[in-house]
Design a binder for this molecule. Structure first.
Ligand code: FES
Ligand code: FES
Length: 161
């Protein structure tokens, strides 16, 4: 066993784990954060995407110990003070999901994109989401959702003093 120190969604955790524990298993099994999904376990689908120090990573292909001393954000960490993140609202408003299985990963990849590029083109959104597979939506409404969130976030930023 090894002791892992990790910040997840702003909360500090010190957990004893087997060194071979995957990050996704730490999140889902040890911390109960089941919003991060496992679709393939082989780095193909992106359902397990989380942010590691702000960068989108596939948590099924990382050891939890690689996140020691670092900060992880999962889909549970997107909402603030009981209010959904603009991306979450836009996915609802623009029908960016059907079964919702891929959605946590889509949201995390999209939030990483918008943090780096607040006004991405359609191509840039498609590129940022190319590691995330969706079996239901055909992607059109997912791209619309990201565009809608980007525009709402830009207007909110303009209104800030
Ligand atoms: S579960 Fe990680 S990429 Fe599919
Ligand atoms: S909404 Fe079903 S897999 Fe994407």
């Amino acid at each position: 066993m090894t002791t892992l120190s990790i910040q997840v969604n702003g909360a500090q955790h010190d957990v004893d784990i087997e060194p071979r524990t995957l990050l996704v298993d730490l999140l889902r099994r040890d911390l109960g954060l089941t919003g991060t999904h496992v679709g393939c376990d082989t780095s193909q689908c992106g359902a397990c995407t989380v942010l590691l120090d702000g960068e989108a990573v596939k948590s099924c292909t990382m050891l939890a110990v690689q996140a020691h001393g670092r900060e992880v954000t999962t889909v549970e960490g997107l909402a603030r003070d009981g209010k959904l993140h603009p991306l979450q609202e836009a996915f609802i408003d623009c029908h960016g999901l059907q079964c919702g299985f891929c959605t946590p990963g889509m949201l995390m990849s999209a939030s990483c994109l918008l943090a780096r590029n607040p006004s991405p083109s359609e191509d840039e959104i498609a590129q940022a989401l190319e590691g995330n597979l969706c079996r239901c939506t055909g992607y059109v409404n997912i791209i619309k959702s990201v565009q809608e969130a980007a525009s709402k976030m830009a207007s909110a930023a303009e209104k800030q003093p």
